[in-house]
Design a protein around this ligand. Sequence first.
Ligand code: CTP
Length: 419
Amino acid sequence: MIPKGQGVSLTGKRVVLGVTGSIAAYKAAGLVRAFLRDGATVEVVMTGSATRFVTPLTFEVLSGRPVATDLFEAHQEMKHLTVPEQADVICIAPATANFLAKMALGLGDDLLSTMILTAQCPVVCAPAMDGGMWTHPAVTAHVQTLRARGVVIVDPEEGPLASGRTGAGRLADEASILGAVGSAIFSRKDWSGHRFLISAGPTHEPIDPVRFISNRSSGKMGYALAEAARSRGAQVVLVSGPTALVPPSGVEMIAVESAEQMTNAIIARLAWSSVVIMAAAVADFRPKQAANQKLKKQAQCDTTLDLERTVDILSTVSALRDRQLLVGFAAETQNLIPHAMEKLKSKGLDLIVANDVTAPGAGFGSEQNAATLIDRHGTISELPLKSKRRLADEILDAAARLVPDAVHARATDLGSKMR
Ligand code: CTP
C-alpha cells in the first residue's frame, strides 16, 4: 500500500514540485506547506499554463525560494540540469493529461518537461483532469507507459469535479501524495533477495489457426503485481498470456499463448523462484484436437467442440514446490468466500486473492479491483475498491506477513547459489 504521509520525515530531502495547468493547481499550495512541515526543502517549477491558475508569487512566498517557469530564462543557470540533479524526488501535482502525454512521449518543450528528461531521481505524478479525460484510451496508454518506465502514479479520485460533473479525475488527497513521495524517496525494498514468478493474462486455446477459446482477463492485475514486486526489490519473471499491456521495466517477460505453454514456462522457472503468484486466468478446457486448417462453415456440419481439461498449474506447482510461497487467485461470480476457501485448501496455497468478477467497477479489464484475501491460517481481510497497483502492494504486504523462515531461507539459498 502507498502509505499515507503522516509521520514520514523528509528532513534534508529536496523535493521538486512541478505544477501544471489544472484548476487543482491551487491544491499544490497545500502540498508545499506539507512538504515543508515534514522537513523537506521545496523548489517549485511551474508550466506556463499553471501560472494562469496560480501566480508564481504564491509559491515563492510559501516555499521561500524563487519559482522557475521559463526554460530560456532558467537556461543561464542550466536549471533544467541542476535542479533535477540535486532533487531527491520530482513530484508533479497536479499533472494534466497534456503533461502526462508529453512525459510518455519524451517531449521537452518547456522547463518542467525538460527536467523530467534529465532526472535520475524518482518521479511521482498525481494526475488531475475533468470531463472523463482520465479514462480516455490515450491517457490510459500514456499512464501505462509511464508506470512501465517506473514513474509512480498516484491515481486521481472519484468525486465532484470543478465542472460540476462527478467522475474520476480529482487530484488524490494530500496524504496519499505525501505517502507516495515518502515511499519513492525511501523506497521499501522488503522483497529484495526474493525471486517472484508471476503469471498474468488469459490463455488462448486454439480451435483452428484463426480461432481460439479464451476469457476476459486483461492481465492488469498480474502486471501490477510484477511492477510492485520489482519496485520492492525482488527479481521478477512474468509469464504472460496474450495482453495489450507494456511489460514493466526491469521485469523478465516470457510471452505464452496456451495453458500448456504457460505450464511449461512456469515449471521451467519454478526451481529459480522463492514466491509464485498465479494471477493468470488459465483456460480450464481446450479443444481436444486443434484443426490444422481453418474450419469452413460449409464443409463443417459438426457444430460441437470436443473439449478436454488443461493442467491445473497451481496444483502442479503446489505438488512440486520446494518451500516457495504460493499465492493464487479465485475468480468467482457467486459464493466468493466458500469457493475461495475450497481453492486455498485443495490447491495447497499460502494465500488466495478472491475476486467477485461481477462487482461493478472491479474485475476483468477494469483499472480497479476489490478483493478478499484469505490466508492459510483462515484469516480473512477485505480490500475495498482501489487501483490494481495499490491492491498489488497490499497483496504483497499480506504475503510478506506469511513468509515463513523456510521461504526466507530459500531466498538466501538462491542468493548464495548466484554468488
Ligand atoms: N489456475 C491454474 N491452472 C488452471 C486453472 C486455474 O493454475 N488450469 C489457477 C489460477 O491462476 C488461479 C487459481 O488457479 O490462481 C484459481 O483459478 P480460477 O479460475 O478461479 O478457478 P479454477 O481452479 O479454474 O476453478 P473453477 O473454474 O471451478 O472456479
